[in-house]
Write a protein that binds this ligand. Sequence first.
Ligand code: FPP
Length: 254
Amino acid sequence: MSLKLPFFKNKQKEKDDNQFDMENIPNHVAIIMDGNGRWAKKRGLPRIAGHKEGMDVVKKIVKVARNCNVRILTLYAFSTENWKRPRSEVDYLMRLPKEFLHIYLPELMDNNVKIETIGNFDGLPDYTRESIQYAKEQTKGNDGLLLNFALNYGSRFEIMRAIKQIMTDVDSSELSIDAVDEEKFSEYLYTKGLSDPDLLIRTSGEQRLSNFLLWQVAYSEFWFTDVLWPDFSEEIFRTALQDYQRRKRRYGGI
Ligand code: FPP
């Protein structure tokens, strides 16, 4: 015992010096990017200025996620409830993916990033859909970070949609009701084929899920910060990863 303790301490120190343990990186990080409007208001700017700043933070965080070997980054960019916002803000948010991809797609390609989306894609305006479809096509052969935008996404809608599709498939005898277990159900969600988030981050001090990945976060670790999304930084992201590494994940076991 007396021999083991100093060894453990050294290991711990090594970890602290290196910021975090590269062997224990969350495979899938999901982020609720909240606080753009408040960030803008504090500066006497229109809300869309906060969204613009938030877009640039997305680029920074994609880079850190890549460097830290996160495999999947799911970003909540527009919820099914966000249509309730003023028309001008919705229009701006719908144009952001195109602007983001126009500026950053070459860099994302160079960095082997694959673009995907979850959500009701058909409900998006043509110009949003087309720019994303183009990016998906361009990046489909990439096997580095999966950058997954939740756009026109709502978890309740996703679950209802899955139930309806399962019922249709059972009706047409394509699926047996006995074959429907948790794994099969997951295959009917937008996130089919993706591992569940290991870490869910929400910025801006709010501590709620806002209809985001309700099924998928059953065993995710949650991490909240008061920082508004446009102020979110590489350092804060690394702090979240470090905190994640201190969590004991038991999945209901002991
Ligand atoms: C929530 O903040 C944020 C959104 C609804 C939009 C998120 C979009 C971005 C961060 C831009 C990046 C998008 C792409 C596609 C690159 P809020 O407006 O609800 O802030 P508030 O709670 O302070 O009002």
